[in-house]
Design a protein around this ligand. Sequence first.
Ligand SMILES: Cc1cc2nc3c(=O)[nH]c(=O)nc-3n(C[C@H](O)[C@H](O)[C@H](O)COP(=O)(O)OP(=O)(O)OC[C@H]3O[C@@H](n4cnc5c(N)ncnc54)[C@H](O)[C@@H]3O)c2cc1C
Ligand code: SF4
Length: 342
Amino acid sequence: MRPFQFARVEDVKAAIHAHTGGGRADDVSTSNSPNQYLAGGTTLLDLMKLDVMRPARVIDINALQQTNSGKIEFSSKGLRLGAMVRMAQAADHPDVRKNFPVIGQALQLAASAQIRNMASLGGNVLQRTRCSYFRDTSYSNCNKRVPGSGCAALDGFNRSHAVLGVSDQCIASYPGDFAQALLALDARVEINGPKGAREIPFAGLHRPPGNTPHLETTLASAELITAFSVPPAPWARRSLFLKIRDRESYEFALASAAVALDLDGGTVKQVRIALGGVAALPWRAKEAEAQLAGKQLDEQTIEAAATATFAQAQAREHNVFKVELGKRTLVRALHQAAALEI
Ligand SMILES: Cc1cc2nc3c(=O)[nH]c(=O)nc-3n(C[C@H](O)[C@H](O)[C@H](O)COP(=O)(O)OP(=O)(O)OC[C@H]3O[C@@H](n4cnc5c(N)ncnc54)[C@H](O)[C@@H]3O)c2cc1C
Ligand code: SF4
């Protein structure tokens, strides 16, 4: 690991000040920024040890657990999850489990118990891809790690890679689970930074790789996620997270589906679907939602929705199985959600 400066801060203002060094921040945040916030450290320290991330300054924000960023609040206005809440805390919270089951399940199925105890919600949505060429610096060609260097995965071993939202510059899959639950529930992200506080839809947080795979989010430099808010919605209670992976003990998703359904008898009033494991960023399945709205939820409509979702899939040599797996995951998740007794 390379030497770095370390600062511990007590509040949001001090965190932002320590990040900018009191000076002007860049407009665009790259994950390769020389300043990095440290939450649970389960992504950051991992990548520093691999020499993939090389921050000159690490700013420990764990004291923010004592502020609103460390709280879970539930009311008639919905759910607010502080960004410093640990994954395990949110996964086990009774209001989360009862009213937003897809969130509890996505977190419960993520990583291992030890990691869930350590890792924060803010850090979770900002975790970086598990593409092995990205994580191994002996490969020189990775556009995400070294912009303009090429992509070793295109013609390499790409079994874990994405089939939706990819570009010819990067086919890495977004690895997290929690993000899909937030996306399906129309969550919003509270952000604070050098230019003040702002709030965006969660759907606006992650960028598709396009020609700039090293730019993974729309956060500006030094911006800090302080919380996520989830509005109350008629589909929130009938929601679930289905994750398909190589082993059950702990593993990243090969395919996952976060589904939230509002049913009137057997007819879909509203449905929200987000997919993981198969896409370059948390993927809202708008085509499937449009196909299902107002329809009877049966074999035929569900199959048609799954087919529409993957119509634009771009598979490579080793990940072609993800197209069928992604469809089946979505089909099963919709059937299971319809069968829930709430
Ligand atoms: C073996 C293993 C298995 C795993 N399996 C899964 C899995 O199945 N599913 C899954 O979802 N995840 C999985 N993970 C990933 C894990 O959940 C993430 O590493 C973790 O959630 C990151 O949170 P953290 O608090 O440790 O982040 P950190 O490592 O502290 O930070 C990650 C990044 O986010 C930035 N950051 C952190 N907090 C903020 C904030 N509030 N505002 C702005 N920037 C911030 C940091 O600067 C850093 O760049 C796994 C990890 C490991 C090591
Ligand atoms: S898929 Fe993306 S992260 Fe992986 S090697 Fe290619 S550019 Fe790098």
